[in-house]
Write a protein that binds this ligand. Sequence first.
Ligand SMILES: NC(=O)c1ccc[n+]([C@@H]2O[C@H](COP(=O)([O-])OP(=O)(O)OC[C@H]3O[C@@H](n4cnc5c(N)ncnc54)[C@H](O)[C@@H]3O)[C@@H](O)[C@H]2O)c1
Length: 370
Amino acid sequence: MIVGVPREIKDHETRVGLVPSGVTALREAGHEVLVESHAGEGSSITDREYMQAGAHILDHAADVWNKAELVVKVKEPQPAEYPFFRPGLILFTYLHLAPLRELTDRLLDARVNGVAYETVVEPDGSLPLLTPMSEVAGRMAVQVGAQYLEKPNGGRGLLLGGVPGVAPANVVILGGGIVGTNATKMALGLGAHVTVIDRSLNRLRELDDIFNGQVVTLASNAWTIGENLKIADLVIGAVLIPGASAPKLVKRETIATMKRGAVVVDVAIDQGGCFETSHATTHTEPIYLVDGVIHYCVSNMPAAVPHTSTFALTNATFPYLLELADRGLERACERHPALREGVNTYAGYVTHRGVAQSQGRQWRELANVG
Ligand SMILES: NC(=O)c1ccc[n+]([C@@H]2O[C@H](COP(=O)([O-])OP(=O)(O)OC[C@H]3O[C@@H](n4cnc5c(N)ncnc54)[C@H](O)[C@@H]3O)[C@@H](O)[C@H]2O)c1
């Protein structure tokens, strides 16, 4: 199959859908790979590296899209890319179609077969192509928190780990899932005092085992959250109720009880945030103050570390990409129910219930199309 890798054109997007090791593996499996010139630049991967791995470098996006049978990307196509859609093209990328009616129309009209990273679901319910970005954001949350605790950045002037004779910072993590666990690792590694609050007792048991009793685990309720925030230096919001807005666990009044110069990193902001005082910010203006508490609420944190994020993402996407290239969409989906869940549009039909419901459209089971 011919696999195409265009340069991402969405504002501030610097990741890329395939790395050179993926090119080599596709070539070894008998596929051809076309990469748009400078596609890897934002992630510090050069055209030369792609060439050495066996890719053909093409100067124009149009050539990549028009020659490829399977296009692998990171973000949903932008309007400038819509004219490249054509029947039978396989598009493998984050699509986030629910709020994107026009893109959905264009994919359906052009009969593009769109496989969305975010809806690939393994039989155990895990979301393998979302997990890597949660890992990145969880680890980054502690890094940015530590940075904003420094006095020149407006914080209380605390070193996260303290020093001998001086207490470390108090880090409180709301939600002990993927983001929370990765934040815990980083905070413990830097020597902070860490408390994880989750509503799942089983998850807290697992964390107690994983971290060998080094973290305080607490069952989630309003009183516990309120008491712990009074003494917190850094609070990381990492809760998720799948398919729903994040619960507002921290009330405005609670923020007023926190120390001046403490830092809140609301990673869950992409689902609306779990602090009543949160609103989404950007990498250009990442923070604002409420009652003297610094709020960092960037909704696309991994974009700040595109090299790491690209490799983390493609580690996860590549096995599915290879399967699609080796077998074609239909046979790959027969063998892998996870990929079947990923198919959002096929031959002019919406094939994902959630996308159809959120847009008030008809949908068809993939098996019934054709
Ligand atoms: N801002 C960003 O750039 C960025 C990047 C990646 C992920 N995220 C977001 O981070 C959030 C967390 O993602 P994740 O992968 O860790 O999810 P996850 O499902 O692995 O973990 C969520 C945890 O929240 C807990 N939880 C749910 N309700 C709770 C409550 N009332 N009190 C305490 N705990 C509660 C769950 O038990 C679970 O352990 C999601 O909203 C995700 O979209 C944001």
